[in-house]
Design a protein around this ligand. Sequence first.
Ligand code: SF4
Length: 327
Amino acid sequence: MRILPATGCTFCHEGAKMVLFITGVCSHACWYCPLSRERKGKDQVYANEHRVSTPDEAVAEAKNMSAMGTGITGGEPFERLDRVISYASRLKKEFGQEHHIHMYTSCAPSEKELSDISGLIDEIRMHPPVECWREIEKSEYIRSAERAAGMGFEVGFEVPALPEIDLLIPALQYLDFLNINELEWGETNAPEMRRREMIPEDSVHNAVEGARAWCRNIRRYKKVYFCSSAFKDSVQLRKRLIRIAENTARAFDEISDDGTIIYGRIEDTPFIPDSVRQLGPEMFEERDGALETAWWILAEKGNEIGGKKTIVERYPNRGIIVEVTPI
Ligand code: SF4
């Protein structure tokens, strides 16, 4: 029995989907838009957290995490349809048709647009902006969902949890699934959140207070799946980082339970200290103008080692630095 309504979610739950951010460009101006300042409006591509500029680079990132599928997001992917086609074609060519690709869009794709992505995109997740929800059954989104289903796509809606969420109940009969993302507080939507007197649920997560309660009624329907902010951080992201770390960590990188890697870094050292060299060549690397090695060597034998010593925790594969601790 399938517990998750959308096929794409099953891979996501394993952290096995690469997130391919195809562009930050979008012609909508949703007040709740969660995009960061770094990405919003910028015509740049990211595979997971890495900027990429070719489909081959995206394939390399997919290999780094042994991806079983890809979720294409934005911005609005249909603003760069040629790019969607070239990246999705390359991924399917490399990993085969079974590499599952879902794509978000805030558009209601036409027959021509759907036929352009047919065979490349397996699942479409439409995001009708909240202004359409009151008249959702009369909207082009439902016509588009019917078209897409008739052409063999799995099709659903993916929207944020908003107080108006029950307005989407009439749409359920036309969809394979409705995914609701817990509304998230972000740097670009904070002023609009405050204007609506919304507040973060706590100081740890980005979830907005009340979002769960707004969805209480609609969640009774089988096709509805609620994706919490905490789940995205503590399960999806964590599992994805662990997959990447297991594929890319060096012999001396320690993989944390959160999927980050931890290593030691020595700057301003004119030679490789004996206590590091004795560990063997696989246990150190000269990188970015410093010597990197196991963190515990610095903790245990720091007194014997000159230079500026720190312990670094970061996302795997030279990802975001989480913490730098001087020794
Ligand atoms: S459609 Fe999506 S990317 Fe565009 S403004 Fe709305 S939330 Fe942001």
